[in-house]
Design a protein around this ligand. Structure first.
Ligand SMILES: *Cc1c(COP(=O)(O)O)cnc(C)c1O
Length: 417
């Protein structure tokens, strides 16, 4: 087997590491929660602030990236990353606000079909959004929200998903990659099975966008939502994104606002809403320009590197990580699925002392990610994690376990663990 040094020597993406700031020189394994800042992201933010400085209000139409069409400009770059047609994607909102917007637009319950199927492992915000939306529609989440159970507490089984596709279900809404275990669901098969029964499908791509390629249009997904601050490295609170399949573009936005207008008519200030064509119609208010600017810099790197190379390296990094852990640290239970086509960009390890092992790792110069109650997530990111970093992470973790250094900490999570 090739050594870490050899793998780094052959790594076609190794040049990108120096483009990222590495806080405190630590090995950063938390890019699945908040990606690191790159010099190019920083430069684009400064560039757009400069437009404000020199153009004032004319920055909406002047400068290198006029603000009035910035979201549309960036959406063209994001579309290939999710396998969408250019007019099916919009950079806007946050995951949660986009769930609300898409539900209010695409979910059209009738007395026969009114239920939304979710899963019991999903991220809380997605669940809160679905529940509150059902209530707004006069439906009771107790009967209208169905949760697919997990047998092992970490992953979902295809048969359990399919068995929930019943006659009164209107929409199936699942994560592409489960945020705890890193399980990647078969989007194409799930969508086909749901459509067979007349059920719409939607996916939350929070843990897959920027980590692996997608084919949302070809797969026929009805809508999808995501953020850009995880693997896309757009910075905290960076503006999110949505995909809405072109077959739904005739729908009026459930939540309309003037930035959903046809651009040519927006400044007519007419009280009759002229909907934009395509996904732009589902924007609401004025875009957050400075929360979008860093993504411009980040996207340049994605275009240069290519998603195929990013996914290839990511799979190699995570494979190396889990193999070393299996060999050297058998007390950790690796709960991420085995097959490459069933896993995303991180590895999840279960251990009863997970919370304080994470604190010890941080002290030892490795930034992990803890998810209550017992999961350590490690995300080696193709852009800025080397194979030597992976080896070093395992070596430090081994030392923590051998020396019982985690016992210097309490096994509770901090406010932001
Ligand atoms: C990160 C994440 C969120 C966060 O939602 P925001 O609206 O961007 O704060 C929601 N859902 C999932 C599955 C996530 O991974």
């Amino acid at each position: 087997m090739a050594t870490a040094i050899e793998l780094d020597g052959k790594d076609v993406l190794s040049r990108f590491k120096q483009e990222f700031y590495q806080p405190d020189g630590r090995i950063y394994m938390d890019g699945n929660s908040l990606g690191l800042m790159s010099r190019r992201a920083e430069a684009k933010l400064v560039e757009l602030m400069h437009s404000w400085k020199v153009f004032g209000i004319d920055g909406w139409t002047e400068g290198t990236h006029p603000w009035f069409t910035l979201a549309e400009e960036m959406s063209l770059q994001i579309a290939p990353m999710v396998g969408a047609k250019p007019h099916e994607v919009m950079v806007t909102g946050s995951i949660t606000s986009n769930i609300h917007q898409m539900l209010s637009t695409v979910f059209l319950p009738t007395s026969e079909r009114f239920a939304i199927v979710v899963d019991e492992l999903n991220f809380p915000s997605d669940i809160y959004a679905v529940e509150s939306h059902l209530r707004l529609r006069g439906l009771d989440p107790k009967t209208a929200m169905r949760k697919i159970p997990s047998k092992d507490g970490y992953t979902l089984e295809y048969e359990d998903i399919v068995s929930h596709l019943q006659e009164d279900v209107a929409l199936l809404f699942l994560p592409s990659v489960l945020y705890r275990s890193g399980q990647l669901l078969p989007i194409r098969n799930i969508t086909a099975a749901a459509h067979d029964k007349g059920i719409l499908t939607a996916f939350d791509l929070a843990h897959s966008i920027g980590a692996l390629p997608h084919e949302l249009h070809k797969d026929g997904v009805d809508f999808a939502v995501w953020c850009h601050y995880k693997y896309m490295n757009s910075g905290p609170g960076g503006t999110g994104g949505l995909f809405i399949h072109e077959r739904h573009h005739h729908l009026e936005p459930g939540h309309a606002g003037w930035f959903g207008s046809d651009k040519a008519k927006q400044f007519d200030m007419d009280h009759r809403f002229s909907k934009a064509e395509g996904a732009g119609a589902y924007q609401i208010g004025t875009p957050n320009i400075f929360s979008m600017a860093p993504l411009l810099g980040s996207l340049e790197m994605f275009e240069e590197a290519g998603m195929a190379a990013i996914r290839e390296k990511s799979l190699k990094l995570t494979a190396m990580l889990r193999n070393l852990i299996k060999e050297q640290l058998p007390e950790f239970v690796d709960v991420t699925p085995n097959e490459d086509n069933s896993r995303g960009g991180h590895i999840a390890l279960a251990h009863p002392e997970a919370a304080r092992i994470c604190k010890a790792l941080k002290q030892a110069g490795v930034v992990p990610d803890f998810r209550s109650p017992n999961i350590i997530r490690l995300a080696p990111v193709a852009f800025y994690t080397s194979f030597c970093d992976v080896e070093e992470t395992v070596s430090r973790l081994k030392n923590i376990m051998q020396e019982e250094l985690y016992k210097n900490f309490t096994n509770e999570r901090n406010v932001v663990a």
